[in-house]
Design a protein around this ligand. Structure first.
Ligand code: JFZ
Length: 333
């Protein structure tokens, strides 16, 4: 297992990419602006499934350039990239045979983004990884009989249980994860999220972990594959739950942690593209956070929220460059 974790431990610094149909919305609906992460627009701005479906139909990121994205990560000193293959909205950025709610069938773009990015990563020596949301606001079986009003169903009342969720798990989620692990070469990390919903069980988490390792034995899986996370800290409780590393979010834990961990953070206050949010952390702050995290034995997964056309925000590009200059003059992170 140490051998399997080696590249990841050595990497220290990676790029998170939150990208989907929410990147078209930018967290705004008329005069309303969603609080917090703009990738939650569907929920926060009260879109029904039907209303929301027009955004994947508009998602046509003509400026998307996988090679340029990977180069920006590499020049910043990052060693791996984790992209949202499917966030809570349910829209997939790859060619899924299990679903029509994907880049090939619902969007005019019709280019397999996961394929282009995974190939660009391989070409430039960056480890390709993907995020996959267990929560799915679009799939009827992830919402049960309250479809299409998911936001009434599960978010406001966590005790609402959906009897069809196991069908979604078995016939949709697992096959989608399998596609991502079968059609895009080696996958460094599978980064799950959305483990908190009541329909997801620890049995599913353990089953999913095993399933992944059977397909790609060397793939590393974050602890959000299971429900055992230690609350907001997002840390592992050693050995008790499935998953290979802890995921503290927007915070840096104290020193002296034995298990593997990776702190994920945004550059402003949102994971998804949000032009109204200009509370950008300074480059100095981000560099200081990288040093702090690495000195405490963790990894730093720093997020970019590209816009709906496929561009990194200029503020993000500037910060990536500053971090690259720093990592170059101060040795490898
Ligand atoms: C989740 C997502 O809901 C969010 O949109 C983003 O993708 C982020 C990386 O992950 O949000 C979470 C998940 C876990 C915690 C907090 C927010 N947590 O454990 O504190």
């Amino acid at each position: 297992d140490d051998e399997r974790m080696e590249w990841w431990r050595d990497s220290k610094f990676g790029m998170f990419i939150h990208w989907g149909a929410y990147s078209v919305i930018g967290g705004e609906r008329g005069t309303n602006i969603a609080g917090g992460g703009a990738e939650w627009a569907m929920d926060k701005l009260d879109y029904t499934v039907e209303d929301y479906e027009k955004f994947p139909e508009m998602f046509n990121p003509v400026f998307f350039d996988a090679d340029a994205w990977v180069t920006m990560a590499k020049d910043a000193g990052m060693k791996y990239i984790v992209i949202t293959s499917k966030h809570h909205e349910g829209f997939g950025l790859w060619d899924s045979k299990v679903s029509d709610y994907d880049i090939m069938d619902t969007s005019p773009f019709k280019r397999d983004i996961i394929k282009e990015l995974s190939e660009a990563c391989k070409k430039q020596g960056i480890i390709f990884c993907f995020y996959y949301s267990i929560v799915d606001w679009h799939h009827p079986q992830a919402q049960g009989n309250l479809y299409p009003n998911y936001n009434i169903a599960q978010h406001d009342d966590p005790s609402v249980v959906n009897p069809e969720f196991p069908e979604y798990y078995k016939n949709y989620m697992k096959p989608q994860v399998k596609e991502l692990l079968t059609n895009y070469g080696d996958v460094g990390v599978v980064w799950f999220d959305g483990d908190w919903i009541s329909d997801y069980t620890t049995e599913m988490g353990k089953d999913l972990y095993k399933f992944i390792r059977e397909i790609q034995p060397n793939t590393i899986v974050n602890n959000r594959v299971d429900k055992g996370r230690n609350g907001m800290e997002g840390m592992d409780m050693e050995g008790e739950f499935a998953g290979d590393f802890g995921t503290p979010e927007q915070e840096i834990p104290d020193t002296g942690i034995d298990s593997d961990w990776e702190a994920c953070m945004t550059m402003n206050g949102s994971w998804g593209y949000k032009p109204s949010d200009n509370k950008w952390k300074s480059s100095e702050d981000l560099i200081q956070k990288l040093v702090d995290i690495v000195s405490k034995g963790g990894n730093f997964l720093l997020n970019i929220g590209p816009d709906g056309f496929g561009r990194f925000p200029a503020e993000s590009i500037r910060r990536l460059k500053a971090m690259g200059e720093w990592t170059k003059t101060n040795g490898e992170a």
